[in-house]
Design a binder for this molecule. Sequence first.
Ligand code: VG1
Ligand code: CO
Length: 550
Amino acid sequence: MQSELNISTITVTPFAGQRPGTSGLRKKTREFMQPGYIETFVQSVFNALRGSVEGDFSQHTLVVGGDGRYYNREAVAKIVSIAAGNEFGRVLVGRGSLLSTPAMSAVIRRRNALGGLILSASHNPGGIDEDFGIKYNIRNGGPAPEAVTERIYEFTQKINHYYWAECPGLELDKEGVHRCEATEVEVIDPLADYSALMAELFDFEALRDFFKRGFRMTFDAMHGATGPYATHILENLLGAERGTVTNGVPLPDFGGHHPDPNLVYAADLVRRMSGDKSPDFGAACDGDGDRNMVLGRDTFVSPGDSLAVIAEHAQQSIRGYCGGLAGIARSMPTSTAADRVAKALGIPIYETPTGWKFFGGLMDAGLCTICGEESFGTGSNHIREKDGFWAVLCWISILCVTGKSVAEVMEEHWERHGRSYFQRHDYEGLELHSATAMLTEVRESLDSLAGNSFAGARVAAADDFTYTDPVDGGVTAKAGIRLLLDDGSRVVFRLSGTGTAGATLRVYLERFSKDYRQDTAAMVAPLATGIRNLLKLQERFGRTEPDVAT
Ligand code: VG1
Ligand code: CO
């Protein structure tokens, strides 16, 4: 450290368990609030980076911002001090300490930053007794791949000091430039880069005209980070009527709700989208703005279908994709609807483990353009994160260009490709050791499952998904157990990597049919019962029903 700088070296001992999961380090807020907890993790991120950057941090920019949840501001202020302690050249902070996850990705890419730290536990509730998280995104704007997160974890286990600079008088609620020791701290407009990017991808003029012609929609920001973005783009730039965005002000506790856009937690939106008088289109995003739910009048679009439909219409309906798509990627548990579209378009489909970090390398290599996950995540190579509001603009564009309703777009899609009836069942709060033991047990008996009858069909194959990244050759094993049935149905299950207490078992159920007029729950019910029996969920955990079916 240079002697003229006032930087302190502070001694610490490691905290156990600072291992990033599917999407960053996620824990109870109180755990993050322990003295030194954020400091050790963030310093470990910098330690892991130090060996891999050219020169020192003084030539680099770090971006910081979060979804506005409880402790967001305090965490951002700490990170600025640690970044200044590590002598970053520049730190960009979203005004009000806010940046949605997709906006973070856009800022990193557009401003050539080394990376960024996002403060969020995504769709998990916020508050002192709820959840908090930190995620590191790399130079391409995407979540750090496993090689990087594992290096970070190694450093968290051996850390013994961090660097700290006091930054007195730092005003994070107004745009402006400050200096903190050797570091320039710039507070930026969190909306600017993202809005500019959307204006490049979508034909704002056509969409403005669409609203003028009477298109009506409602958007539920669930008091998460997307509120200001949606209000600015829909109401200010596209001329949607005031009040189109609801719950648009980010709140530390998301208004006491789960900021999770699904049929259970966005029930209010679902209600507003039912009946003849409801708007043409409804949508919601999660706490950090990377997830989305799409609704038409009395119509729910499942995330797997949304991915397939966006891919199907992108070239004709969305300016940014008029050159066509290079390929589509989906996480393994996501329904196979997108596969049929890829086949029809004559482009490749990639199947990856759960988590957006697996898409980044494919997009960097130009192998795929549009990606999606069943967990209400869709996105494209415009950034390296899933992007909830982008999906909303995709759908508005499709409705605008086709002149059809959401229900008509869906029927037309199913008519052409058939329908994947899909549901995910979550069993939450299971005892961690028993849940892990259960998976080990099943894994060991996989070979004997093939040929058995299951839910009125026969198990054609059973395996544990192993992924070899086609770009860097990296192997990810144990990414989810799948039972492939001889009638084309699939059951997949795995343990969640984002939970903060106990274990969550996710069971993914998919059944294909050309008849698209059936009820989803009824179609997948035999699969749900089959897996509950196979895993003996009642005997093991006393569970007869999932906590969430979505
Ligand atoms: C879940 C989803 C996964 C998603 C991840 C992060 O992970 O299943 O598809 O990428 O959350 O989403 P898991 O390991 O709990 O199943 V978000 O919106 O939290 O960034
Ligand atoms: Co999220």
